[in-house]
Design a protein around this ligand. Structure first.
Ligand code: 6PG
Ligand code: NI
Length: 194
């Protein structure tokens, strides 16, 4: 039987004092997600940049467990579009997630399979509840600081990346005149068109 477990998650670095996996996601894993395909190719030709990292505490992937860890999206842009996570639905659609923003500045872009969408700001101290059924993607809108969040979600959730890889998110976050701006994704596939 498991024993209760504690670890430290303290600033300014917010790297958990204990973790089991360190996942590093690079530009090359985001084919087709950024609006500006030329800018994407151009950066990739020079360097397969690290866009974000995840520190995970390992727990059994079963209902009743809670998976948790820290997500770090680095600052940067592809064309005018900010660095962001791949984003996903949970495979078990009816599972929620909680995010607590530790550091930085950003937005969570969310949508349902029906095409409803929502965007919530993230800044230190902010708690975000992502209800069941909502796909989620973190976007770092700061120019030179990491976006760091602590997340918790059910052990049986799983990750469905394929749906977003195919249809995209309905909304994208681009920089315009130095400010984040929400635009419609011209390549988004609406529910009827999938
Ligand atoms: C999850 C969480 C979160 C997420 C990271 C990286 O369900 O695992 O939403 O930990 O995995 O922020 O984002 P991607 O999983 O979309 O690459
Ligand atoms: Ni998730």
């Amino acid at each position: 039987m498991d024993k209760p477990n504690s670890f430290e998650l303290t600033g300014p670095e917010f790297i958990p004092s204990q973790y089991d996996h360190h996942i590093v996601r690079k530009l090359s894993s985001m084919v087709g997600q950024y609006l500006d395909i030329e800018a994407y190719q151009e950066i990739l030709a020079k360097d397969d940049l690290v866009l974000y990292e995840v520190y995970e505490i390992k727990r059994p992937e079963v209902a009743g467990e809670l998976l948790h860890g820290v997500s770090i999206v680095h600052p940067g842009k592809v064309g005018q579009e900010y660095f962001m996570t791949k984003g996903h639905f949970h495979t078990v659609l009816n599972t929620a997630e909680v995010y607590y923003c530790l550091k930085g500045q950003g937005m969570m872009v969310m949508e349902t399979p029906e095409g409803d969408w929502a965007i919530e700001e993230l800044y230190p101290g902010r708690v975000l509840y992502v209800p069941p059924r909502w796909a989620h993607r973190s976007v770092n809108t700061a120019s030179n600081s990491d976006l760091m969040t602590f997340f918790i979600y059910p052990g049986n959730s799983g990750h469905d990346y394929g749906t977003i890889e195919q249809q995209g998110f309905r909304k994208l976050i681009l920089e315009e005149a130095g400010q984040p701006k929400v635009i419609d994704n011209p390549r988004w596939k609406a529910p009827g068109a999938r």
